[in-house]
Design a protein around this ligand. Structure first.
Ligand code: M6R
Length: 607
């Protein structure tokens, strides 16, 4: 949450910082701000709203500089106002600072300063950091930062300018991510590698409790103990073209349409000649027979993909399966030991709750695996063992193609464990592999008929709420469909296990509350038909997501979205696609800000 970009070098810093913030806007877009240093003069511009507003504001003033830091905010402490926008400055104007994270003891520290007569300009937890560093600063910036970090509790990524230092700026990481890059007399920092790709893909992921000094000479790293640390850069195999929208109106649509190729990439090399092979990526293959439990832990969309995988694991692994939201897992008294395989699923690899849950499982001795799109993310580095999604950068706040990548990676993992435990017969493996290989083309077949979904969305545009239902693996798909709809269209949507309808939710139904039923031809199909009938009897309009060729379903539906037939285990790969498109088109018809839905941020780096 919150996007940070910093630059020093021979070029105009404003252009580079603004460009970086535009790229990072998916992390927050409540307000934006920039500080530009020209020698010892630091100019600041900030505003409520998007980076575009900041850009317009900057064009009207004469700020410039070869060193600059910028911020796009997702508000935590303090409302969305210009005063609360970053950068923040201490009253003496010595320290200018931007922040991502939460400083938990800002009240206590604030009272100390208030007693000394300091008056705060903002309601944020950030201003205190600028004050504290300034109060500790004599002539050694590193020492002041280290002493301040010793007094601050919570999570923070800071980028700091000192008014009397014209040739360097500083980055600090304790929690939220910061990525650094240096090349040809320039040094950059950003919250996410995507902002650095136009300049370099040789990057340095800051570790926790590190301070970096960035100058035209490059990057020098220190620990919180003040000792120099060796910098170990990573080569990232993404390029800037992957973060462009191309001719699409929204990143979300582009990413939905990429799902066939994402699926191909995720399966490539892991599925050959009817055989699943994860030897190279799954370090616990030898221990598979010793596992008693498998835990899937994640948030949001990643948790829905985990719930699909959980059902597959129930069926194929013979393990005790638990699927849990990361924010709950970490506080429960979970049995999690060396007989437990704990799988942490996160697109970004930066979700604070998922990271905290992974630390807990590691401390308890579980075998931990990260399933993530960003191998060098905090989660990837914390856990060490990574199964990569290979979905490419996802910019739209609503996760789509990474859900597809997660389904594929988790399916391979689950079947691989089954195989290592001797539970997957070669014939069965062959049958499943053959169908997995056919899925990308089937996804593309659905996408080719996207316009049909738009027409259906048009018919439902005025309705205030939707109820999504499904059973077994279609239940998490229903949850994902409801999540997509509410997060980008702001239309109320909830999902229920279809069998639960009669225990309460059915009371909500009337002719203005459509039921979206995920009803592929599977073993539970007949039961779903009964639930659909019950909903029809309460006058709810019915939209079904069904298997192509199921003509019967039309009799029970006002509208149907058909997907190709597949093996029962794999229906989520297909049924989710029309739901993503439905959410996208409804939001587009309603004129919503699809790639930047209100109140949300792509990476949730606070707990
Ligand atoms: O990066 P992660 O997969 O850990 O993110 C988890 C959730 O924050 C994320 O899936 C969120 O629910 C998305 N907005 C869903 O579209």
């Amino acid at each position: 949450m919150c996007g940070i970009m910093g630059y020093i070098g021979p070029k105009d810093a404003a252009e580079i910082v603004i460009g970086g913030l535009e790229c990072l806007e998916y992390r927050g877009y409540d307000s934006a701000g920039i500080a530009l240093a020209e020698g010892h003069k630091i100019g600041i511009s900030k505003c409520v709203g998007s980076v575009a507003n900041l850009k317009t504001q900057l064009e009207k003033c004469s700020l410039s500089g070869k060193m600059g830091i910028g911020h796009t905010r997702w508000a935590t402490h303090g409302g969305v106002t210009r005063e609360n926008a970053h950068p923040h400055v201490d009253p003496d104007g010595k320290v200018v600072l931007i922040h991502n994270g939460i400083i938990e003891n800002f009240h206590e520290l604030g009272e100390e300063f208030a007693k000394k007569g300091v008056r705060f300009v903002s309601e944020t937890d950030t201003e205190i950091a600028a004050l504290l560093i300034s109060s500790l600063y004599r002539d050694d910036p590193l020492l002041a930062i280290r002493e301040a970090c010793g007094r601050l509790r919570g999570a923070f990524a800071f980028v700091i300018l000192f008014a009397d230092i014209a040739d360097r700026y500083y980055c600090v990481r304790k929690g939220p991510p910061l990525v650094l890059g240096a090349a040809g007399g320039e040094a950059f920092c950003a919250s996410d590698v995507t902002a650095l790709l136009p300049y370099t893909n040789n990057v340095l992921f800051m570790e926790d409790e590190e301070i970096a000094e960035l100058s035209a000479e490059g990057i020098v790293l220190y620990g919180f103990d003040g000792l120099r640390k060796e910098a170990c850069p990573h080569l990232v195999d993404w390029d800037a073209s992957m973060t462009s929208k191309g001719t699409y109106p929204h990143f979300m649509l582009k990413e939905i349409e990429e799902q066939g190729s994402v699926l191909r990439r995720t399966l490539t090399g892991r599925l050959e000649n009817g055989v699943i092979g994860l030897e190279a990526e799954f370090p616990f293959s030898e221990d598979a027979r010793l596992f008693r439990r498998i835990h899937f832990v994640a948030c949001g969309t990643s948790c829905h993909a985990s719930a699909v995988a959980g059902r597959l694991a129930d069926r194929y692994t013979g393990l005790d399966v638990r699927v849990e939201t990361a924010s709950e897992y970490r506080y429960g008294n979970v049995i999690c030991d060396k007989h437990t395989l704990a799988v942490f699923v996160s697109q970004s690899g930066e979700t604070a709750d998922t990271l905290a849950a992974a630390s807990l499982a590691q401390a308890r001795g579980a075998r931990c695996l990260a399933v993530t799109n960003v191998v060098s993310s905090s989660l990837g580095r914390e856990v060490g063992s990574v199964l990569e999604l290979r979905a490419g950068p996802e910019i739209g706040v609503a996760a789509t193609k990474t859900f597809m990548g997660q389904l594929a990676a988790l399916t391979l993992l689950t079947l691989w464990i089954s195989k290592r435990k001797g539970l997957l017969a070669p014939q069965e493996e062959k049958r499943l592999c053959a169908e997995l290989a056919r899925l990308p083309a089937k996804v593309e077949d659905i996408l080719a008929r996207g316009e049909d979904v738009r027409k259906i969305a048009e018919r439902y545009k005025g309705l205030p709420a939707f109820l999504f239902i499904g059973r077994e693996a279609s239940y998490p798909v229903a949850m994902e469909g409801a999540l997509k709809l509410k997060e980008i269209s702001y239309v109320h949507a909830e999902a229920h296990a279809a069998g639960e309808m009669k225990h309460g939710p059915i009371a909500l139904l009337n002719e203005r509350m459509p039921v979206v039923a995920v009803v592929p031809k599977d073993g539970i199909y007949k039961k779903m038909l009964s639930n659909i009938q019950e909903s029809r009897a309460r006058r709810a309009p019915i939209i079904t997501v069904a298997s192509r060729g199921d003509e019967d379903i039309r009799r029970f539906s006002n509208d149907s979205l058909f997907v190709p037939e597949t093996e029962e285990e794999f229906t989520p790969f297909l049924t989710v696609v029309p739901l993503q498109l439905f959410a996208y088109h409804l939001a587009s018809i309603l004129g919503r800000e699809i790639d930047r839905p209100r109140n949300l941020a792509k990476s949730v780096t606070v707990e």
